[in-house]
Design a protein around this ligand. Structure first.
Ligand SMILES: Cc1ncc(COP(=O)(O)O)c(C=O)c1O
Length: 407
């Protein structure tokens, strides 16, 4: 027998006991599990059969409704027939097909930028670009409410991470002031913050970042396709796109498929294709996906009318819910996300279920994904929701809110 007694190693799953308990308590109260909904059939960008019910979709981030666009679908089918189901390879080996080049061309044109690099997801775009350009000895100054993919990119790159209070211009400048002279600095911001649907004061923040010699990355996942005259996002809307060094985006929201990207005018940007591990060490997107994305991105360049209707929908939902007495994440509608703040997880789950029974799907969001421990019902509007559908949605909220005792 060995002389030193070793303690029994813990079960590596013990660390999840708290969340297991929270989930069990929630389900024990009898609510439908908000995190295992199944869409048995998807009828359109705004309707599906969910858990056996005909349901209006108000939580899918399908802002521009491109998932069922006939041209997009036709392009995907054609590519599937001509190029097969997948590339089985990395972009730097056998995984760059004509379609990958075409979607990067479409993105360059969409943004009017020199370089575009497509990743397999938006998560990987943030992970890859942030971790590759900001490494040991560099500083990343970022909003505390940044998306998980941004935080993970920071952790992977091992830069010094300096968070500042959400959307607080002064706090951001204070952090920048303290960074040692000569250090490389990346400021990371989002156009729209997806939890509350609020917009960043990019005009001021980008100007301050530049004053301190920082490079700026803006994640426009929730604004691309919708915000700005050409749908380039909040940086376009606020007139600072030329000062942004890197724009990150996703195909999983307005574009209506899956994938992520970074566009940039940096003269050395192309080297990213060789040094960015989440780009190199993973298989590229299937040909059908890049074909649908390219078609969708090109159509979004000329989608001014859809953008206008989506703004109408967002304003109507926001004003209607406010008038009923719900507490929303923003005073004014700032994006296509309208977040309804719930008193707690239990009430939030009951409200989510009551809406589902009415025939409405929204996203239930809970900590740690949400700021300030909030439970939220996140509604994301679609350009394909008709004005009548928005009125129907408001009626559903009113009945469910009264039944659950929230209004
Ligand atoms: C701000 C932000 N960035 C990046 C992503 C990741 O996008 P994807 O779904 O393409 O991985 C998301 C997705 O939710 C997001 O909200």
């Amino acid at each position: 027998m060995s002389e030193t007694m070793t303690a029994a190693a813990p079960d590596l799953f013990d660390k999840f006991d708290e969340i297991i308990q929270i989930r069990e308590n929630l389900l024990a109260s009898g609510v439908e599990d908000p995190f295992s909904l199944v869409m048995e059939k998807v009828l359109s960008p705004t309707r599906a059969i969910c858990n056996g019910r005909d349901t209006i979709l108000l939580g899918t981030y399908n802002y521009m409704g491109m998932t069922f666009d006939p041209d997009v679908i036709a392009a995907g089918k054609e590519a599937l027939d001509e190029f097969g189901a997948g590339t089985t390879g990395s972009r730097v080996l056998n995984g760059t097909y004509q379609g990958h080049r075409e979607v990067e061309d479409a993105l360059r044109e969409f943004y009017g930028m020199d370089h575009a690099m497509v990743f397999s997801t938006g998560y990987q775009a943030n992970l890859g670009i942030i971790s590759t350009i900001a490494g040991k000895g560099d500083y990343i100054v970022l909003d505390i409410d940044s998306h998980a993919s941004i935080w993970d990119g920071c952790a992977m790159g091992k830069a010094e991470v300096v968070p500042f209070k959400h959307n607080d211009i002064e706090a951001m400048e204070k952090r920048l002031k303290r960074i040692p002279a000569g250090a490389g600095i990346l400021v990371v911001l989002e156009g729209v913050y997806s939890m509350l649907g609020d917009v960043a004061p990019l005009k001021e923040m980008v100007a301050i970042a530049k004053k301190y010699g920082a490079m700026v990355l803006v994640d426009e996942a929730h604004s691309m396709g919708f915000i700005g005259e050409h749908g380039r996002g909040v940086a376009e809307e606020l007139g600072v796109l030329d000062d942004v060094d890197f724009v990150i985006g996703t195909f999983s929201k307005s574009v209506g498929t899956v994938g992520g990207f970074c566009v940039s005018n940096h003269p050395k940007f192309e080297i990213m294709r060789l040094v960015c591990r989440p780009y190199v060490f993973t298989a590229s997107l299937p040909p059908s996906v890049v074909a649908t994305a390219a078609t969708s991105v090109r159509k979004l360049m000329h989608a001014g009318n859809k953008r206008a209707h989506l703004w109408e929908n967002s304003r109507r939902l926001h004003s209607g819910l406010t008038a009923m007495g719900f507490t929303l994440g923003t005073r004014e509608p700032q994006s296509a996300i309208v977040a309804v703040i719930m008193p707690d997880l239990q009430k939030g789950a009951s409200m989510w279920e009551a809406l589902l029974h009415e025939g409405l799907y929204v996203n239930l969001a809970r900590p740690p994904a949400t700021p300030a421990n909030m439970t939220l019902l996140r509604c994301s509007l679609c350009a394909e929701h008709s004005s009548e559908e928005v009125e129907t949605i408001l009626g559903m909220f009113e009945r469910a809110g009264k039944a659950v005792g929230i209004i």
